[in-house]
Write a protein that binds this ligand. Sequence first.
Ligand SMILES: NC(=O)C1=CN([C@@H]2O[C@H](COP(=O)(O)OP(=O)(O)OC[C@H]3O[C@@H](n4cnc5c(N)ncnc54)[C@H](O)[C@@H]3O)[C@@H](O)[C@H]2O)C=CC1
Ligand SMILES: O=C(O)CCC(=O)C(=O)O
Length: 528
Amino acid sequence: MSKPKVLISDKMDPNAARIFEERGCDVDVITGETPEELATRIGEYDGLAIRSSTKVTPAILDAATNLKVIGRAGIGVDNVDIPYASSKGVVVMNTPFGNSITTAEHAIAMIMALARQIPEANARTQAGEWPKSAFMGVEVTGKTLGLIGAGNIGSIVASRALGLKMKVVAYDPFLTEERAIELGVEKVDLDTLLSRADFVSLHTPLTDQTRNILSRERLENAKPGIRIVNCARGGLIDEAALKDLLESGQVAAAALDVFEQEPPASDHPLFSAPNFICTPHLGASTTEAQVNVALQVAEQMADYLVNGGVTNALNMPSLSAEEAPKLKPYMGLAEKLGSLVGQLAHGNLEKISIEREGHAAELNGKPITGAVLAGLMKCYSDTVNMVNAPYLAKERGMEVREVRNSHEGVYHTLVRVTVDTSQGPRSVAGTLFGNSAPRLVEIFGIGIEADLDGHMLYIVNEDAPGFIGRIGSLLGENGINIGNFNLGRRDAGGEAILLLSVDQPISADVIKQACALEGVKVVKALEF
Ligand SMILES: NC(=O)C1=CN([C@@H]2O[C@H](COP(=O)(O)OP(=O)(O)OC[C@H]3O[C@@H](n4cnc5c(N)ncnc54)[C@H](O)[C@@H]3O)[C@@H](O)[C@H]2O)C=CC1
Ligand SMILES: O=C(O)CCC(=O)C(=O)O
């Protein structure tokens, strides 16, 4: 098997390339390409490792015909079109903790730089002035820091600010009272935060809810003389309003590490505003953080490409490297059961239930569900995989239920897929023989044992003497060799099912001839 191929398209610590190679991937490091150049190249690669410069747009994803995983060496993934990547079946991963301390430290450095106007004092001193009386700073001790966003980075900023003897108030809709107490911060609403804070530091992702969270109106109504730090994302603050309010003195000072457009134009209006300082998106730029995120992203991506392990994916459930080999045969079984249901189903499937019984109930169910849905949806689209199948199912309005039943039944492990049809619920079930070989054991309440593999013929007929001979002769007359013959029936003389595996695809004409045989109710060619 050829090695997975990875492209590192942004500047990244060399440890990333080393880890990819050590873990069995071929790696190219090509940075600074235009989107058009990247689009021409990306089709060769199974993995794309990025920081914030590469923009993974629909055009790049359309050209990425082999891409399986995008790894962001860092936290924010707003440079990746995740819904589009999901629809293309591409896993998107980030490294949520590797640069948090570093970014929190940058925010604290910005707070201190604003409090004592260090950048401007430095520039003027080095320019030959001795402007001692021009710079009167403020202490941070006893001042109130307002944190907008109290996740990983916000929490670290809180702990450092408390160490500097600041009071910390936080606005974060997902912050619980218990967690606020644990962090030593006071949970408040946004207006209260802005009315009380001497310094504000932003630590949220850029989303529809957070875009422009520091709007002109909010800045105008904030505590006069407020100082603002943004080491999270451009777009959280109204930059034009910030300039006006720095000029009026309503905002005493502001420090931005991030801009709405990066890099900003050389004549960006804020560059001429008073008491404004900035850095070129350096929040994560320390040697420690860059080594952390490079190692982590390469390990996660290689684990996925080589072993199927999924860590820190934003569009797929996690699957550890230890779990992956145990789940692999189940995913094979689940995909075949999903495919069987998809091929046998008539019309729209609105509800599907995936039940795990016995040993299967002890496993991580999400990948099994993903695999059932992938098998099912493959009947409608050939670009479906475990990543995009749940999204496609949701798009089609399909209700997906997962059921766990830890009691062992007849089989030590079982996966059952049930769909609601116009004739009521219909189930298929399968087990693993020897914990590795997927085997169908039931169709629509009828016990049958079969390998779902290759070309197959599915027949429902009345259980009556002579039928097996008739179907055998018909296939023989059409030059079709039978590899395997599997039979099941509800009761003697009742409904029976035949599942044959054959050596070649079955034509529509043979299906027609089979339908004409006495006692036949349903005939379908199946492919696995
Ligand atoms: N400047 C830089 O180089 C870096 C910037 N970042 C940015 O920092 C951001 C925060 O990173 P983490 O703390 O690790 O993320 P996180 O996910 O741990 O925390 C984000 C917090 O924001 C909160 N939040 C979400 N919507 C909100 C809203 N409408 N109002 C208030 N709070 C809201 C969430 O509940 C969560 O607690 C990232 O999204 C990334 O964009 C991260 C690393 C480096
Ligand atoms: O990779 C970088 O330098 C930026 C880091 C960042 O913004 C993030 O991790 O969200």
